[in-house]
Design a protein around this ligand. Structure first.
Ligand code: SOE
Length: 381
């Protein structure tokens, strides 16, 4: 019998479902010492919370996150609520000695993120932020190839995250499902929601970013607020793009928007090095494209690698189906959770920790500052 890790989940939305699926699947597929036990789920609406508990198999419900955090039958608090609540819940959970897993982005601001890091580090509790795209097997392969030096010196890093779901002017802002449009709940728009993913992966694959030059736009200036029914100004960035310099001397170009008609969640990245290049597209997530200048001249070209477990070097694919069969978006959360459980057993922190996610927050803050001031901004100032 595996030892249980007793989970208290806060939030019944899209991410609550993604995480609950991971808790339910992980120990069926990964040989973890600990097995998540879905102890309680919490959200404000009792009916919705009970329905969620029944669907995903939680033993009990709460409607006040403070009661959940105070319970002594919970080991880990998982935060899947709007960004404006991440800080307060983290501080209370850490003070109660609970591990904290938090949805991205870490915080509303760098200052709040610093307090959150301090809270979990001083309490000595395990912590992790769900930047799930690191655990797409093709992205993991990209990391391995870069670490092995296959690309050589890196010159360029390019990333896009394109969506089109907020183009309609009559889409409300705020409240359930639409809090990402309300600056008071989200902190920012595409910068914290989408660019943060691109930045997390970039820092992991290509190292620290020094400075940024950004521009942003809010295309729809006012929207009805879902909770009050009043028309209020929109405070988020609908689109944001930036240039940057990495510590390793390479140049970065990033773009994110919710106004790219036809794109639903197109996260792409490309890295160009001296010896090789690679690129990846979330819409075709199993493939890593790779070009090597070392190939024989007449055969030189972009390879499209269908990432599976060819030789035992893949940490995730061999745990699922026979080689060649597909996995998808939801598996990235299972992989991250498996790594977290493994980290608890071995005593090694699983990345990205809160401290790692704070580095992403610093880049996002610099991007917002640069866009506002129309000037280059240093990261961390
Ligand atoms: C919505 O924009 C969203 O669901 C983000 O919040 C997620 O983090 C991203 O992975 C997909 O798009």
């Amino acid at each position: 019998m595996k030892e249980p890790l007793r989970i208290g989940l806060i939030g019944c939305g899209f991410m609550g479902r993604a995480h609950s699926n991971a808790y339910n699947r992980v120990s069926n597929f990964f040989d973890t010492a600990l097995a998540p036990k879905l102890k309680a789920v919490c959200s404000r609406d009792p009916g919705r919370t009970q329905k969620f508990a029944d669907t995903w198999g939680y033993d009990s419900t709460e409607t006040d996150w403070r009661s959940l955090v105070d319970r002594d039958d919970i080991d880990a608090i998982d935060i899947c609520v709007p960004n404006s609540l991440h800080g307060e819940i983290t501080r209370a959970a850490a003070a109660a000695g609970k591990m904290v897993l938090c949805e991205k982005p870490l915080a509303m601001t760098v200052a709040e993120g610093e307090l959150m890091c301090r809270a979990v580090e001083e309490a000595g509790v395990a912590n992790m932020v769900w930047y799930n795209y690191r655990r797409v097997p093709a992205v993991t392969l990209a990391k391995q190839l870069i670490e092995e030096g296959k690309l050589g010196r890196v010159f360029h890093y390019r990333a896009n995250f394109l969506q089109d779901w907020t183009i309609a002017e009559d889409l409300p802002q705020g409240g359930q499902a639409l809090w990402r449009l309300d600056v008071a709940e989200a902190g920012s728009g595409v910068t914290g929601d989408l660019l943060a993913h691109c930045v997390d992966t970039a820092l992991w694959l290509n190292g620290a970013i020094q400075d940024v030059s950004a521009m942003s736009e809010t295309f729809v200036k006012q929207r009805v607020h879902q909770l009050t029914g009043e028309v209020t100004p929109v405070g988020i960035d609908d689109a944001c793009a930036f240039l940057c310099r990495f510590d390793n001397g390479s140049l970065g170009v990033f773009e994110s928007t919710r106004y790219a008609r036809g794109h639903k969640a197109q996260y792409t990245l490309e890295v160009n090095g001296e010896h090789a290049s690679l690129r990846w597209d979330l819409h075709d997530l199993h493939r890593l494209e790779y070009f090597s200048h070392a190939d024989e001249g007449r055969l030189r070209g972009w390879r499209s690698i269908h990432v599976t477990d060819h030789d035992g070097s893949q940490p995730y694919m061999d745990k699922w189906w026979v080689p060649g069969l597909q996995i998808g978006y939801e598996h990235t959360f299972v992989h991250q959770l498996a790594d977290f459980l493994e980290g608890l057993s071995t005593g090694v922190s699983t990345v990205p920790t809160f401290r790692d996610a704070l580095a992403t927050q610093k880049v996002c803050d610099a991007v917002l500052r640069s866009a506002r001031d129309r000037a280059w901004a240093f990261v961390g100032e």
